[in-house]
Write a protein that binds this ligand. Structure first.
Ligand code: ZN
Length: 142
């Protein structure tokens, strides 16, 4: 099953050959199995270990993914992050991965559907409590 993760800040999705085919990666030749070639070394990716690099919108083999994540700076400017997050969430949605990416409190975070609902619920609860407190203070002053 495809899964999303951060590697040195870079958003990556690990997928297998069936999932890569679903996202239109590789070269499908009628009558033959799909072939996914690493965008960096041009070798065939192992069918169980294909890595999607969201910032490049490209798939790589495991060695090249690690090489890229360990050696490339992760770009944190708004345009780069917007591009990376949009591609990560787009491919993630196609593959039903558990985690999605977003910027929360100026940090690039991965969250599950359940976590974001809890986060929103917590913040609504905090807003509610702080409005209650200010209301009570106001009442006391009156
Ligand atoms: Zn490679």
């Amino acid at each position: 099953m495809a899964k999303g993760f951060k590697n040195k800040g870079h958003l990556v999705i690990q997928m297998n050959i069936q999932e890569a085919t679903k996202c239109n990666f590789g070269f499908e030749i009628p009558g033959l199995n799909n072939l996914v070639v690493c965008g960096t070394c041009n070798n065939e990716c192992k069918p169980a270990n294909i890595y999607y690099i969201a910032a490049l919108n490209e798939v790589m083999c495991e060695d090249c993914m690690n090489d890229y994540c360990n050696n490339m700076n992760h770009h944190n400017d708004k345009d780069s992050l917007t591009y990376e997050i949009a591609h990560f969430n787009d491919i993630g949605t196609k593959l039903n991965i558990e985690h999605y990416a977003d910027i929360i409190n100026d940090a690039l975070v991965l969250y599950t559907d359940k976590e974001i609902k809890e986060y929103i619920a917590d913040n609504e609860a905090n807003d509610y409590l702080s409005s209650m407190e200010s209301h009570e203070i106001y009442d006391v002053n009156v």
